[in-house]
Design a protein around this ligand. Structure first.
Ligand SMILES: [Zn+2]
Length: 336
């Protein structure tokens, strides 16, 4: 994918600071974006979040969703503050365990040193395009978008991650079309189709329930059969999901899979998304509201960040802090 039209507005995420952040991410000590996490927070009451998923709403009703002042579909799987505290405390514990067990991993990674194998499951109702039969070229374009996005090639910080398509698995099953978020059919589909270990990215493509663009699982201590990301097939590059068809839903969902929260997580309060260089944001941003600034804390809303809800043409970056957080999560949860 070419450079985004709004590249001139990108923030100045310097190479030096990016490299520094990546190094810190490798060391895993004192680098967690948990510095501001109240690890003493009451955690017992929090419900398990192993199956927590995060979703975006749009698709066919995109015009309704993004209508200024209009009703926006609730995001029922956004994490509560208690759930965030629980996840951050677990991550801190796991990092400490890892440090005791393995010591520093000072030479474990450099930029783009982690290549993630990707298995793409194309769920179809039948052999028609309307029935989910998208061409292989859309899948390979999506992989290219992931590589561009995560390498900093669209204007953001470089992350450690690259993606390599391992296989495309085409499945015709009307019972899984659409993929209904949270359903037993979704669980059956994933447990039937998922391949690989914690480090294998399984992407499920298809028509989705509730006009959703996608959802993803966060990394967990034990690999779940539901691990992976679900993406609306028509959101892939060249798809029919107007304003959401440049492949950034895939980037967004893989961000969750690598432990990123939304930029608007926790609104203006507390530790926000637990990343220090993404300004706080009161609520999701839609379309591309340049200059939006919903919190009194410094910095305008990070509307160009992949972890917001703006149009694909508006979002083009991860930050150095997000790159560090993803690498820490990789070394803690997903590395072989
Ligand atoms: Zn999301």
């Amino acid at each position: 994918m070419g450079l985004r039209p709004n590249l001139l507005t990108r923030r100045n995420a310097g190479i030096a600071s990016t490299s520094f952040a990546l190094l810190l991410g490798i060391a895993t000590v004192g680098v967690l974006p948990t510095a501001t996490t109240p690890t003493s927070a009451p955690l017992a009451a929090a419900s398990p979040v192993s199956a927590e998923e995060c979703w975006q709403a749009a698709g066919a009703s995109a015009k309704v969703k993004v209508r200024p002042g209009g009703a926006v579909k609730h995001d029922p799987n956004a994490l509560t503050l208690a759930q965030v505290h629980q996840r951050e405390a677990e991550l801190a514990d796991l990092v400490q365990e890892q440090v005791k067990r393995k010591g520093f991993k000072t030479n474990a990674a450099a930029a783009a040193s982690v290549t993630i194998p990707v298995v793409v499951h194309v769920i179809q109702r039948d052999s028609t395009r309307a029935g989910g039969n998208i061409p292989d070229s859309m899948v390979t374009s999506q992989i290219n978008v992931l590589n561009q996005s995560f390498s900093g090639g669209t204007g953001g910080a470089a992350t450690a991650f690259a993606f390599q398509l391992q296989s495309i698995n085409r499945v015709t099953n009307p019972a899984w079309y659409p993929i209904v978020q949270g359903s037993s059919a979704e669980r059956t589909m994933k447990s039937s189709l998922r391949v690989g270990g914690k480090s294998t990215l399984n992407i499920y493509l298809g028509e989705l329930s509730d006009d959703l663009l996608g959802w993803a699982t966060f990394p967990t201590r034990r690999l779940s059969s539901s691990d992976g990301v679900v993406v609306l097939s028509e959101s892939l590059p060249g798809g029919t999901a107007t304003n959401y068809n440049l492949g950034d839903t895939g980037t967004h969902e893989v961000g969750h899979w690598l432990n990123l929260y939304h930029t608007f997580q926790n609104g203006c309060s507390g530790s926000g998304d637990n990343v220090s260089d993404t300004p706080a944001e009161a609520s999701p941003a839609f379309q591309c509201p340049t200059g939006r600034d919903t919190c009194s804390a410094p910095g305008q809303d990070p509307i160009t960040n992949f972890m917001d809800y703006t149009y694909d043409s508006c979002m083009y970056q991860f930050t150095a802090g997000q790159a560090s957080r993803m690498l820490t999560a990789w070394n803690t949860y997903r590395a072989a």
